[in-house]
Each structure stands twice: as structure tokens, then as C-alpha cells.
Design a protein around this ligand. Structure first.
Ligand code: ACO
Length: 435
């Protein structure tokens, strides 16, 4: 085993170097504080590995993403979302029997308890569907308490995946004031979701195969992305042994923010704004570069990718195909492509290695499918569920897993005597002096 040396206050310490299967290198500082009294300071955790994992590999410099070793491009070509769920959660591609059993279980658990529908009623119509999704997922723990045996955990995993799509579709129906459409056991995950979103009771509805394929692709591309903000949140909440539903509900909230999964909604808002402003993308690229402006190109940049996000590449191609197949012409797609071209030729973006991320083109696809922008991040959450679940499960099964508890460097006041309130009030107020 190779070692890394650290010199601190004249003393030398050695720490083991851990090398992953793709040669990524880490220094194991888990004994740092016990041995040296110092901690590793890394705000934003850009240099900190929080776990050892066998689920997802990313090489941000080369633009590589693999689930359990399978390249995302090959998964995107021919897998189904259900297969990807199984792969991520159970670690191997399912046999035909395993997949059939898994799909059957998913279809049997799509209903939510009838009384849960009342919870939706009390949210205002303006409630953001991400808020509703998280609250409803947390509420599942009231009905399905988490025991510790594996069978119960497996059943809760199925319940979570299956009921999440019903909850997501119901949250949309609530926001547009339409009656709920119940799930059907004979449809695939994506077909069922589209039907619950867009069908109206007593009216015939046929799921468009183009839409179902596009949704399958979108969900698979979002399925996992190793230790990002929301996944780390799921692991952090789960590390206290809070139940699966609570950990995932917390992950939904972490995903909501515009710097993370909420960016897909913001991208469309930005493209609309550019269009309304005459389509002058150069002006917005200039604003994004201006340090005095808070404006950023949404859907651009990534903590890990310093090259094309491979998911954005796949989605850009899919956007052309799906819009073509659906016969949709979206002027925002043209603006997005032009914005990308202008930004990628600009020194500011080149120097900082800022490329389009997964959120840049996903919204264009959702729009073409008739999904409104306030549902985009919900769609991301549905896709990310198997990733969150597999990461939570990996942590739960790790005998060495500990409660997550970072430290800090304190910069506040040093010890000072506490004066009781009465004594503080008795003190004369400091005199104001005029200049
Ligand atoms: N537009 C303009 N400038 C940018 C952008 C952007 N989208 N992203 C980064 N930069 C600049 C920063 O101003 C900074 O410049 P500086 O070095 O001169 O100060 C430099 O690039 C590095 O940016 P950081 O914010 O330090 O990078 P970090 O890794 O912390 O942030 C993040 C990554 C949050 C994704 C950032 O790129 C961003 O805000 N992008 C827009 C929001 C977005 O698309 N989020 C979705 C990410 S993908 C996902 O979560 C699914």
C-alpha cells in the first residue's frame, strides 16, 4: 500500500493512499484528527470522498459516466428504466425472470392509500410540485414503517419507486385542478406515468410511443450521478438511521435548488427570457461573464464535468429526433443551440471548462412532451430515485458506515462572560456621535 506524507508543526505523518478500480486516488484521512489534532478543511467538499462505492463511475475530465460499469451511451441505446432501476439497486443486470418479477411488483404497488389523496387537497393550487412530492414521500413512512429486515426494506424500495410516479402525477393534476387518473397495472413505468399525467377520466387516451421512449431515456440518464448534493443529502440523512422515505424526501428538497436539479426549470425560463428579449444570446453570454451581474448561464458548468456532460450530448441529439417525431417546432431549441455555440467559443467558458450539463436540453424535451416547467425537477427526481435508493442501500449494508458528521474551524468570539439580561439593560446605551 502506498502512503502519503504530511508534515504538520514539524511532525511527519503517513496516511494510506486508496486507489479505485479506475485509478482514481484518495488519501485516507480518517485518522487525521485522532493522530494530529487537525481536521481537513474543504468547504463544498470538492476534494472530499465521503464513501467507497461500487455504483457509478464518473470521469469529469474525459466526460465519462457509467452505471455499475456500463457506459451511459450503451444504456441509453437500448435499456428500459425498470432495468436500470434493478441494475443500480441490486448491482447486476436482471435475468428475464428477475426483470419480470421486478416489473410485476412495481405495477402492483402503484396505488397510494386512498386517504392520502386528502393530503393533496389541503395544499394550495400554487404549491410547487417538488414541495408536494417531498411531503408526500415523507408521508409514506406513516403507512409503511421501516423495519430493519431486508425483506421489509426491499418491499419499501418497491413501494417508493412505484408510488412516487403516482404521487408525482397527482401533484401535477392538483396544480391544474384536474381529477386524478388512477394507475393501471398493465402499463410500463413510463406509459403509466404519461397516462396519469395527461389522461382525463372517461376520455380515451393512448400513450404515444415516442413520448414513452423519450421519457424512458430521460429517466435513465438521470438515474444516478454518484455523490452529488441530493445523493449526499440522502446518505447524510440515512446515516442517522432515519428511514428510507425520510432520507429520500430530504434528497428531493436538496435537488430542488436552481444550482442542482432545479436548473432544468431555470434553463427554460432563461431561454424564454432571451427569446422575449429579441434572441440576443451574445448579450446574455456577456451578462454571465460579468462579475457584477448575478446572472449565470443556467444549464452550464458542473462541479465534476470539465468536458461535455455525456448526458447533455445524448439529450441534444434526442431533442432533434423527438421534436421531429412529434412534429414539434420549438424556437427555444434553436436559441439553446446558438447559446451553446456562442458560449463554447468564448474564452471565459473555454478557460473555465464550462460545458452544457444534463439540464441544458432536458427541458426542451419535457416541453415537447407537454410537461410544464414546474414539473421538470419532479421528473428529475423520479429518474434519480433508483440512484438515491441504491446509494442509501449501499450505505445501510456497509458495516463500517458511520453517522455523517463533518467538523468546522470556528472563527467566532473567544470566551467572554455572560451578563444576565437585567444587568445588560441597566447599562447605558452607547452615545451616538455625529461626524
Ligand atoms: N455561467 C457563468 N459562469 C459560470 C457558470 C455559469 N453557468 N458556472 C460556473 N461559472 C464560473 C464561475 O463564476 C466561476 O468563475 P471564477 O473562477 O472567475 O470565479 C467558475 O466558473 C467556477 O464556478 P463555481 O461556481 O466555482 O463552480 P462550482 O463547481 O462550485 O459550481 C455549478 C458548479 C453550481 C453547477 C455552476 O457551474 C452553476 O452555477 N451552473 C449553473 C446552474 C446549473 O446549471 N446547475 C445544474 C448543475 S447539473 C446538476 O446538478 C444536475
Amino acid at each position: 500500500m502506498s502512503m502519503a506524507k504530511l508534515t504538520l508543526n514539524g511532525e511527519e505523518y503517513e496516511f494510506p493512499v486508496v486507489v479505485g478500480t479506475e485509478n482514481e486516488t484518495g488519501i485516507d484521512f480518517s485518522t487525521l484528527r485522532a493522530r494530529t489534532g487537525a481536521i481537513a478543511l474543504d468547504p463544498g467538499y470538492g476534494n472530499t470522498g465521503s464513501c467507497l462505492s461500487t455504483i457509478t463511475f464518473i470521469d469529469g475530465e474525459k466526460g465519462i459516466l457509467r452505471y455499475r460499469g456500463y457506459p451511459i451511451e450503451e444504456i441509453a441505446e437500448s435499456a428500459s428504466f425498470e432495468e436500470v432501476c434493478y441494475l443500480l439497486i441490486y448491482g447486476h443486470l436482471p435475468t428475464d425472470d428477475e426483470l419480470a418479477g421486478f416489473v410485476r411488483e412495481l405495477r402492483l404497488h402503484t396505488m397510494i392509500r386512498e386517504e392520502m389523496k386528502d393530503f393533496f387537497k389541503d395544499f394550495p393550487m400554487t404549491a410547487h410540485p417538488m414541495m408536494v412530492l417531498s411531503a408526500m414521500l415523507a408521508s409514506l413512512s406513516a403507512y409503511y414503517p421501516s423495519g430493519s429486515d431486508d425483506e421489509e426494506v426491499d418491499l419499501n424500495i418497491i413501494r417508493l419507486l412505484a408510488k412516487a410516479e403516482t404521487i408525482a402525477a397527482f401533484s401535477y393534476k392538483k396544480s391544474v385542478g384536474q381529477p386524478w387518473v388512477y394507475p393501471r397495472n398493465d402499463l410500463s413505468y413510463t406509459e403509466n406515468f404519461l397516462r396519469m399525467m395527461f389522461a382525463v377520466p372517461a376520455e380515451p387516451y393512448v400513450v404515444s410511443p415516442v413520448q414513452a421512449r423519450a421519457l424512458n431515456l430521460l429517466l435513465m440518464l438521470h438515474a444516478d450521478h454518484e455523490q452529488n448534493c441530493s445523493t449526499s443529502t440522502v446518505r447524510m440523512v440515512g446515516s442517522s438511521q432515519a428511514n428510507l422515505f425520510a432520507a429520500i424526501a430530504a434528497g428531493v428538497y436538496a435537488l430542488w435548488g436552481p444550482l442542482h436539479g432545479g436548473a432544468n426549470q431555470k434553463v427554460i425560463e432563461m431561454l424564454r427570457m432571451i427569446r422575449a428579449d429579441g434572441g440576443d444570446y451574445g448579450k446574455y453570454v456577456a451578462m454571465a461573464k460579468d462579475k457584477d451581474s448575478p446572472f449565470r448561464l443556467m444549464g452550464f458548468g458542473h462541479r465534476v464535468y470539465k468536458n461535455f456532460d455525456p448526458r447533455a450530448r445524448i439529450l441534444k441529439k434526442a431533442a432533434d429526433e423527438v421534436l421531429g417525431d412529434l412534429g414539434v417546432e420549438d424556437p427555444l431549441l434553436e436559441i439553446a443551440k446558438n447559446l451553446e455555440r456562442v458560449a463554447l467559443e468564448d474564452e471565459f467558458f473555454v478557460e473555465r471548462k464550462l460545458y452544457p450539463n444534463v439540464d441544458f436540453y432536458s427541458g426542451i424535451l419535457y416541453r415537447a412532451m407537454g410537461i410544464p416547467s414546474n414539473m421538470f425537477t419532479v421528473m428529475f427526481a423520479l429518474g434519480r430515485l433508483p440512484g438515491w435508493i441504491s446509494q442509501w442501500k449501499e450505505m445501510r449494508e456497509d458495516p463500517k458506515a458511520k453517522i455523517a458528521r463533518p467538523r468546522q474551524i470556528y472563527l467566532g468570539e473567544r470566551t467572554r462572560p455572560f451578563a444576565p439580561r437585567a444587568a445588560r439593560q441597566a447599562e447605558p446605551a452607547p452615545e451616538l456621535t455625529s461626524a
